[in-house]
Design a protein around this ligand. Structure first.
Ligand code: HEM
Length: 458
C-alpha cells in the first residue's frame, strides 16, 4: 500500500448498488451472503455499499486489497470510529478492545494477549475435552436435538472456564442464564433496533426494551464485579484463568486495568468468544452429516492416534485442521472484518481514496472467489491439503493489528470438540431440509440450528 502524497480534487468511490440506502440496509441485514454475492457478481473486486445511517462502505473482495489493508493497518487505518457507531459501545461498553483505536488499542491488546497466546492456549485443551464429554454424555439414542444449542452450551462453558475458572455450579448457572437472556435481546436485528434508536432509550421498567436491556447488563456486570472483588481481595484465589492473569498484568507504565475497563473487556471476550465458535461447530456438524465420506476419513485419522490421545496431538491432525478450515471458509461466522477508516489519503488496488474513506474487508467474498476456491459452494476439506492459502486468501479471523484475539483458542476448541464427538458418537442430521445462513447478532448462523440425532456409538 502506498500513501498518496498529492491531494486529489475528486474522491470517486467505486461503483456499487444504486438502490436507496434503506433498501441496501434491509438487504444487508436480511440477506447478508446473497447480497454480497450479487454485489461481487455485478461490481467485482471493489464496490461501494450505502447503508442508511452509515458512511459509504468500500468493500474489498480481492486478496491484493486485503493485503494492502492488513499490512498497513496500524499506521493508516483506525477500526473504531465506524464500528462504534453501530451500537457496539452500548453492547460492549466504552472500554472494549474492539472499539479502541491507536495507541490505546495497542496497549490494551498487549495486556490481553498473553492468555490467548501459544503455550497458554494449549492449557485449555483438557477442559475443552472434559466439557464436551459432559455435554455429549447426556444425549440419548434416537432423540433429536438442535446442534446449535449444544455447541453454544459447550462454547459458553469453555469461555467461562477460560475466563473465570468455572464451568459448573451456581455461579456458572446464573451467568449462563443471564448471558442467554442477553443474547436473546441483542441477537435479533429487530430487538436491537429498539435498543439502538436514541428516542427509545427510555427506562419504562423491566418490560420495556431499554429497561430490560440495561437491567440485564447491570446484573451481568454485578456478577463480574463480585468475581473481580473476590480475586482482588484474595490473591490466593487467583488461578490460571484469564481474569486472574489480567488482574496481575500491568502495562509499560506499571498500570493495571480498572474495574470498569475489566468489566467491558469481560463482556467483550464472553460475547466475541463463544457465539462465533458455536456457529462454526454447528456448521461443521452440518457438513459432516452431509458428507459421510469426510466423516469416515476424519474418524480414521483420529483413531490412528490410538486410545486416549494427547489433545495437542489431536489438534495437529492435518485432515481435522482442513475440515475446520473448510467449515470456516464456506460460511465464516463473521462475514466481514471490522471496518477500517483511512486516517490519511491512501491507494488501494491502484485507486486513490481520500482520508476518511471507510473500507470493509469482505471475508465471505474472498472465501468464495472461484479463482481461489473452485466450486466454492462445495465442502471439500482436501483443498486445504492441496494448496497453502495465504493470510489474505483465507481470512476467517481477519488480519493485521485487529486479527481476532481468540483465533488460536477458537481453532483449538473447534478441533477438540469435533474430534471428541466424532471419535465416540455417531451423529447424523435429523432431517434433510435445506438450510440457510442467517444473521444472529453480529454473527452468521445456520437458520434451523442444525437438528442432529445420536444413532449409536463408535
Ligand atoms: C470461530 C470463531 C471466531 C471467529 C470466526 C472470529 C472472527 C473474528 C474476526 C473476523 C474479527 C475481526 C478481525 C479483523 O477485523 O481483522 C475478530 C475480532 C476479535 N475476536 Fe474473534 N472470532 C472467533 C472467536 C473468538 C474467540 C474465541 C475470542 C476470545 C475469547 C475472540 C475475540 C475477539 C476479539 C477480542 C476481537 C477484537 C480484536 C481487536 O479489535 O483487536 N474471537 N474475530
Amino acid at each position: 500500500m502506498t500513501v498518496v502524497k498529492t491531494s486529489f480534487t475528486e474522491n470517486q468511490l467505486p461503483d456499487g448498488p444504486k438502490a436507496p440506502a434503506l433498501f441496501q440496509l434491509i438487504n444487508w441485514v436480511a440477506r447478508p451472503f446473497e447480497y454480497l454475492e450479487e454485489c461481487t457478481e455485478k461490481y467485482g473486486d471493489i464496490f461501494t455499499m450505502r447503508l442508511l445511517g452509515f458512511p459509504p462502505f468500500v468493500f474489498i473482495a480481492h486478496p491484493q486489497g486485503i493485503k494492502e489493508i492488513f499490512v498497513a493497518d496500524a499506521q493508516y487505518f483506525d477500526a473504531a470510529r465506524t464500528n462504534s457507531n453501530g451500537g457496539g459501545r452500548l453492547i460492549m461498553g466504552d472500554n472494549s478492545l474492539i472499539l479502541m483505536e491507536g495507541s490505546r488499542h495497542e496497549k490494551e491488546r498487549k495486556l490481553l494477549m498473553p492468555p490467548f497466546h501459544g503455550e497458554k492456549v494449549k492449557s485449555y485443551a483438557k477442559s475443552i475435552c472434559e466439557i464436551t464429554e459432559k455435554v455429549a454424555s447426556l444425549w440419548k439414542i434416537d432423540q433429536p436435538f438442535i446442534g446449535r444449542d449444544v455447541t453454544q452450551e459447550i462454547t459458553l462453558k469453555v469461555i467461562m472456564q477460560a475466563l473465570f475458572g468455572f464451568s459448573e455450579g451456581e455461579k456458572c448457572e446464573r451467568l449462563s442464564s443471564l448471558i442467554a437472556h442477553w443474547l436473546h435481546i441483542t441477537g435479533s436485528p429487530l430487538r436491537l433496533t429498539f435498543i439502538f434508536l436514541k428516542p427509545l432509550q427510555v427506562d419504562l421498567g423491566p418490560w420495556s426494551p431499554w429497561g430490560n436491556f440495561i437491567r440485564t447488563r447491570q446484573k451481568i456486570y454485578d456478577l463480574f464485579q463480585a468475581e473481580i472483588d473476590d480475586k482482588r481481595t484474595h490473591p490466593e484465589k487467583r488461578g490460571n484463568d484469564i481474569l486472574s492473569l489480567i488482574l496481575s498484568a500491568t502495562d509499560s507504565e506499571g498500570q493495571s486495568m480498572s474495574n470498569e475497563e475489566l468489566k467491558d473487556e469481560l463482556i467483550t471476550l464472553l460475547s466475541a468468544g463463544h457465539e462465533t465458535t458455536a456457529n462454526g461447530l454447528a456448521w461443521a456438524f452440518y457438513w459432516l452429516g452431509k458428507n459421510p465420506s469426510v466423516k469416515e476419513k476424519l474418524s480414521e485419522e483420529i483413531n490412528s492416534l490410538g486410545k486416549n490421545p494427547d489433545p495437542i496431538e489431536i489438534s495437529r491432525l492435518p485432515y481435522l485442521t482442513a475440515v475446520c478450515q473448510e467449515t470456516l471458509r464456506l460460511y465464516p461466522s463473521v462475514q466481514v472484518a471490522l471496518a477500517r477508516f483511512a486516517k490519511q489519503d491512501v491507494e488501494i488496488m491502484g485507486r486513490h481514496f481520500k482520508a476518511g474513506t471507510t473500507f470493509i474487508p469482505s471475508i465471505y467474498s474472498i472465501h468464495h472467489r472461484e479463482d481461489l476456491y473452485a466450486k466454492s459452494k462445495e465442502f471439500k476439506p482436501e483443498r486445504f491439503l492441496e494448496r497453502q492459502y495465504t493470510a489474505y486468501e483465507f481470512i476467517p479471523f481477519g488480519g493485521g493489528v485487529r486479527m481476532c484475539l481468540g483465533h488460536a483458542l477458537a481453532m483449538l476448541e473447534m478441533k477438540l470438540v469435533i474430534a471428541s464427538i466424532v471419535s465416540k458418537y455417531n451423529l447424523e442430521l435429523a432431517d434433510n431440509k435445506p438450510i440457510k445462513a442467517i444473521r444472529r447478532g453480529g454473527t452468521i448462523a445456520p437458520s434451523n440450528g442444525v437438528p442432529l440425532v445420536l444413532t449409536g456409538f463408535r
